[in-house]
Design a binder for this molecule. Structure first.
Ligand code: ADP
Length: 300
């Protein structure tokens, strides 16, 4: 998955709101076809980073190149190659689903060049996001999950090469969330769209991403596949046991050896043994806690 050409290149990105420094020397590359998840707690700087990459916010310092251009100076032709799904967008409530998408689709037809594939047939687009039954419904009558699907349809109506999704499943119930994950898989698998999405949900990142970048306190603290991160930065295992009527807890990176030695030394005196293996979740939580007191977070 990392063989495609670099479509997004960020070097030394910094951003401050007044004295609040929220992005500190962020370096990031995304390759064509990757689904990259920017994972971090609230206030980590994810939305700010995404807005800079989308060209909606001016950075304080650093070099940013998205599809060969600086987003701060991206022209309409560049913008047509980039799809954006914001956390929420203001209302087109009275429009019907098909009407809204047809209108937006018409905007992109003027950019149908060799780099930009043919526009969607609107019925096909509506089917792709699973809204066929709601095609003639007014936007304001859609459920949260349906609304999010429409957001994605709006984001991909121009068949973008690169799609930004900001906290796409925030507020969705588990069924809608699952359906949304399937949609993202389908976009990546069938449409070969490069996707950069933000989330504060580790499980979502593990489920969707080819690669996870953990951002906390405005810094990237980890970058790799879920498996690589779990192996590279796994925290300590926890061993609990009872002995002589007392309960003990020991944190250790080598629980197997520790348990072996424990039994060698104390044998049958050991009871109620439990071993909890370190997981990516533990690592993530400890990374987040370590940076929680830093200024960018504390300023919230
Ligand atoms: P995330 O998306 O990870 O929750 P944000 O990028 O929204 O993080 O916010 C990072 C920090 O920047 C927070 O401390 C937040 O309060 C601050 N911030 C975000 N947007 C603005 C803004 N428009 N003006 C001033 N501060 C902001």
């Amino acid at each position: 998955m990392r063989s495609g050409q670099v479509v997004l290149d960020v070097e030394g990105l910094r951003m401050s709101y007044g004295t609040n420094e929220v992005l500190r020397d962020v370096n990031l590359q995304v390759r064509q076809g990757e689904v990259l998840c920017l994972l971090g707690p609230n206030g980590a700087g994810k939305t700010t980073a995404l807005e800079i990459l989308e060209g909606f916010r001016t950075r304080s310092a650093g070099r940013v190149e998205v599809l060969g251009a600086d987003p701060a100076h991206g022209d309409e032709r560049w913008r047509a190659r980039v799809g954006v799904v914001l956390q929420s967008w203001r209302d087109h409530g009275n429009w019907r689903v098909r009407e809204l998408l047809a209108q937006l689709g018409a905007y992109y037809t003027c950019y149908s060049t060799e780099e930009i594939e043919r526009p969607w047939d609107i019925g096909e687009l509506i089917a792709a996001v699973g809204l066929t039954a709601q095609a003639e419904h007014r936007v304001r009558t859609l459920s949260g999950g349906q609304r999010r699907r429409l957001d994605v349809a709006v984001g991909i109506v121009g068949r973008p090469e690169l799609l930004f999704l900001d906290e796409p499943t925030a507020g969705l119930d588990p069924v809608a969330r699952r359906e949304f994950h399937d949609l993202v898989d389908q976009l990546a698998g069938e449409q070969h769209t490069t996707i950069l999405l933000t989330t504060h949900d580790l499980h979502e990142a593990q489920k969707l991403a080819d690669r996870i970048v953990i951002l906390t306190g405005g810094r990237i603290v980890a970058d790799g596949t879920a498996r690589e991160l779990a192996q590279r930065i796994a925290g300590e295992d926890e061993v609990r046991w009872s002995q002589g009527g007392e309960r003990f807890v020991k944190s250790t990176p080598e629980s197997t050896r520790f348990v072996h030695e424990l039994f060698q030394r104390h044998g049958e005196a050991i009871a109620d043994l439990e071993v909890r293996r370190a997981s990516l979740e533990d690592t993530y939580l400890s990374l987040v806690r370590t940076t929680a007191a830093e200024p960018a977070e504390a300023a919230r």
